[in-house]
Ligand binder design. Structure first.
Ligand code: KIV
Ligand code: ZN
Length: 432
């Protein structure tokens, strides 16, 4: 499915340090249609969910959390549409969220009736604050909720034997839970489920509210991975939120600490400051020469559907895909980019200063790379004349034209477009 070329610019094997790098894509799970949706002022309609679903499938997600069907009628209807209209490709697994409550679990299995394969994701909160202030239960009481939920899942799954069920448990607020207790609760859930290496389950570790630096979360994940029983039968997943602005970093460090799977959303939508931005995380891998196993060659299409469905804009400086991230205004950057682009050979690794990847790989052209204003210099005006008019002018003329363009942009602030630069060139250097 990957339409853009892999870009191995950095040979990870040649590196002596750091000693741990991410050298393959994790198992991705999109929670756009659940966590992303529940954070919206106006939740998505069934029709909007259908459009975003299509984009998620085209992008290559193989696990997609589609909603909370026991709690929301549109989510229930959307799940039914997926199943009744046969919209789930054979290699894609839908996931649904449910609280550890019997009637909700029963309704969830009803919603999924007839599905070929599904992940049922049950959760309850385990942190000290949630235990003491929200649920008013002690450690044993909270563990009992998790175990009871796990048992209800197993019972309901047995009542629907024609579906291939995968169980997932989240100790919500994991990162604010005492680690020995988080392991104890998850061990108890595993005892109820008895997963094997052939039929593993998923334990998802949320930083429900990000409240520490990414290395702290990574240490917690590492502790979990080394202390959980039946590690070989567990897919360790992480689900980070972005309250401190480090959700992507926390998820990346969690992979280095032993996690296998990452839940997140396109462009970081989600509760409060959002979830892990999977576009950024995948592009981070791509820019390091690691195949992200997602097709992000048409981010403008993703942005368009995302914005139509969520009502949210995308910042022009959003990492990798914002409108301005491959644009240079300053003179020294423009000069360096022009020189590198002129020397870049089509079949060699990308080596252009200030442009970490080739914008073509994301369907962008070079039109936007260099834009001229009062910060710009000779490299910028030379680039524009060459690109748009096929004119190669000598260095002294570039210097002179840059001065004229700068004067023009100072008297009329803002961008000087290509036609205006060409006009100034004709006016100053070409006799009638
Ligand atoms: O952020 C969170 O803890 C969640 C759970 C339900 C996984 O979204
Ligand atoms: Zn969440």
């Amino acid at each position: 499915h990957r339409k853009y070329r892999p870009a191995p610019r950095i040979d990870l094997k040649e590196r002596r340090w750091p000693d741990r790098t991410i050298d393959k894509a994790p198992r991705w799970a999109s929670v756009d249609l659940r966590d992303g949706n529940q954070a919206l002022l106006e939740p998505m309609s069934v029709e909007q969910k259908q459009r975003l679903w299509q984009v998620l499938v085209e992008t290559g997600f193989k696990e997609i959390e589609v909603g909370f069907p026991s709690a929301s009628q549109p989510d229930y209807d959307f799940v039914r549409w997926l199943i009744d209209e046969n919209r789930i490709p054979a290699d894609v697994t839908v996931q649904v969220l449910v609280q550890a409550r019997e009637e909700l679990i029963q309704k969830t299995f009803d919603a999924l009736d007839g599905v070929h394969r599904a992940i049922v994701h049950v959760y309850n909160s385990t942190s000290t604050v949630q235990r003491e202030r929200v649920f008013e239960r002690d450690r044993e009481g909270i563990k009992a909720i998790a175990v009871q939920g796990a048992e209800w899942l197993r019972r309901e799954a047995a009542r629907h034997p024609n579906t291939e069920w995968v169980f997932q448990y989240s100790p919500e607020s994991f990162s604010n839970t005492e680690m020995d207790y988080a392991v104890e609760v998850c061990d108890a859930v595993l005892e109820a489920w008895e997963p094997t290496a052939m039929h593993p389950c998923i334990i998802n570790l949320p930083a429900t509210v990000e409240s520490a630096t990414p290395n702290v979360f990574a240490d917690q994940v590492e502790y979990f991975c080394t202390h959980i029983s039946r590690r070989e039968a567990v897919v360790v997943s992480v689900h980070t939120h972005n309250d401190r602005g480090s959700a992507v970093a926390a998820a990346e460090m969690a992979l280095l600490a032993g996690a296998d799977r990452v839940e997140g959303t396109l462009l970081g939508n989600g509760e409060r400051t959002g979830n892990t931005d999977l576009v950024t995380m995948a592009m981070n891998l791509y820019s390091q020469g690691v195949d992200p196993e997602l097709d992000l060659s048409r981010p403008d299409h993703i942005i368009q559907v995302y914005s139509e469905c969520t009502g949210l804009p995308v910042h022009p400086r959003h990492p990798w895909v914002g409108e301005l991230v491959y644009t240079a205004f300053s003179g020294s950057h423009q000069d360096a980019i022009r020189k590198c682009l002129n020397r870049q050979q089509p079949d060699e690794p990308w080596q252009v200063a200030y442009l970490p990847i080739d914008p073509h790989d994301l369907g962008r052209d070079y039109q936007a790379v260099i834009r001229v204003n009062s910060q710009s210099g000779k490299g910028g005006v030379a680039f524009v004349l060459e690109r748009d008019y096929g004119l190669r002018i000598p260095r002294w003329m570039q210097v002179e034209l840059a001065r004229v363009v700068q004067q023009a942009s100072e008297s009329q602030p803002g961008e000087v477009d290509s036609a205006a630069i060409h006009g100034l060139f004709l006016e100053h250097f070409v006799r009638e």
